[in-house]
Design a protein around this ligand. Structure first.
Ligand SMILES: [Zn+2]
Ligand SMILES: [Zn+2]
Length: 396
């Protein structure tokens, strides 16, 4: 039997188990950097496959090596994230979250169970490949500073250093059975901006005795869009969104302060720095010009994510071998962000999408919503496709 057939057979044979693992994880979600039970479950499951996981990396991270023949020849890394979100699940399913207010609404239960399935498949064929597969289960994808950055600091990309790293993410816009790729720039950097506009409150009928922070904040919000329309190159996708504005006045009360908060996203590190500087300068100048002032906090998020073109072409070919060319689709650029980006700035990396949508079953909700779910048929191919990608890389 060919290696591809062995992988496909092993994937189908373990699909029910992978779905059980996913349901266990889904029912027991844990927030970012608190994935204690999840990490233990991952490590125990890896041990049941005969592997020797290292636990406690960057808190709750787990890493395991699957060594084939001639293990030092080369290494490829596969990554899954393990954290859930502060969302109350609204699905009525047997595997519904049992942790109130916490939900696997971004599919990280799927990534983790799928990579466990990949581990089982690869452990079963370790005498049939050369090199090493490094499995990375990381904490905290959903929250700054990003589990990936902490794992890298703790040396996850050394000893052995992988020649490439591959990450998988669910995609509820892509039908189940299909897999999506994009070469080159794929996702944005993302920084959070918190501006406290400080004025002087008073009666709404005597504005001349006040410094109105509501009006100052309004000017700041409108004016900052010029950073996008006049400072960003038209060829350079950028987003500035203020999603929160809070001032505790009333129809006839001018408050002392107004808080506004937003996100700035870019696809170029130089422009990211320049844009943030511009935002700070403009907000401060506008507030000062209008007699008030502002305090600005920037919470730095993840850098842009660029998919290595050669690696992406190779794993796309592997996916075509596995699911057929007709089931491989192109992904568009997105201004979403993802901490897998940190790996992509260190080694050749590729982040692809696993289709999980099924309209006939009513599975259409987007990630980060209380009704997000997947068609679990995705787990009949997810583990095997990733295993085949890793084997194809090692066979280069
Ligand atoms: Zn997410
Ligand atoms: Zn995610």
């Amino acid at each position: 039997m060919s290696l591809l057939s062995s992988v496909k057979e092993a994937s189908l044979a373990s699909a029910a188990e992978v779905i059980r693992l996913r349901r266990h994880l889904h029912a027991n979600p844990e927030l970012s950097y608190q994935e204690y039970k999840t990490a233990k479950f991952v490590a125990d499951t890896l041990r049941s496959f005969g592997l020797n996981p290292v636990e406690g990396i960057a808190g709750t991270g787990v890493v395991a090596l699957i060594e084939g023949r001639n293990a030092r020849k080369k290494t490829v890394a596969l990554r899954a994230d393990m954290d859930a979100l502060p969302i109350q699940e609204a699905n009525n399913v047997p595997y519904k979250s049992s942790n109130a207010g916490v939900m696997h609404a971004c599919g990280h239960d799927v990534h983790t169970s799928s990579l466990l399935g990949t581990a089982k498949i690869l452990a079963g064929v370790r005498d049939q490949f050369e090199g090493t597969v490094k499995l990375i289960f990381q904490p905290g994808e959903e929250k700054n500073p990003g589990g990936a950055s902490l794992m890298i600091k703790e040396g996850v990309l050394e000893n052995p250093r992988p020649m490439s790293i591959i990450g998988q993410h669910v995609m509820p816009l892509v039908p189940v059975g299909k897999i999506g790729f994009r070469e080159g720039m794929y996702m944005a950097s993302s920084d959070e901006i918190y501006i406290k506009v400080i004025g002087k409150g008073g009666h709404g009928a005597t504005p001349e005795l006040t410094i109105d922070p509501v009006l100052i904040a309004s000017h700041i919000i409108v004016a900052l869009q010029q950073v996008i329309s006049r400072n960003a190159s038209p060829k350079q996708p950028t987003v500035l969104t203020f999603g929160r504005i809070h001032g505790d006045g009333a129809t006839n009360i001018i408050p002392n302060e107004v808080d506004i908060a937003g996100t700035f996203r870019a696809l170029n590190e130089e422009w990211r720095e320049a844009g943030l500087k511009r935002i700070v300068k403009m907000a401060e100048s506008i507030a000062e010009g209008m007699g008030g002032r502002c305090q600005i906090d920037l919470s730095r998020g993840y850098p842009y994510l660029e998919n290595n073109p050669e690696l992406t072409r190779r794993i796309r070919k592997a996916a075509e071998d596995y699911v057929g060319q007709e089931n491989v689709v192109d992904m568009d650029l997105t201004l979403g962000s993802e901490d897998f980006a940190y790996y992509s700035h260190q080694v050749p990396a590729s982040f692809y999408r696993l289709g999980t949508r099924n309209e006939s079953k009513g599975i259409t909700s987007y990630v980060h919503t209380p009704t997000f779910d997947i068609d679990e048929d995705a787990l009949k191919i997810g583990p095997g496709v990733m295993a085949w990608m890793a084997l194809s890389e090692l066979a280069l």
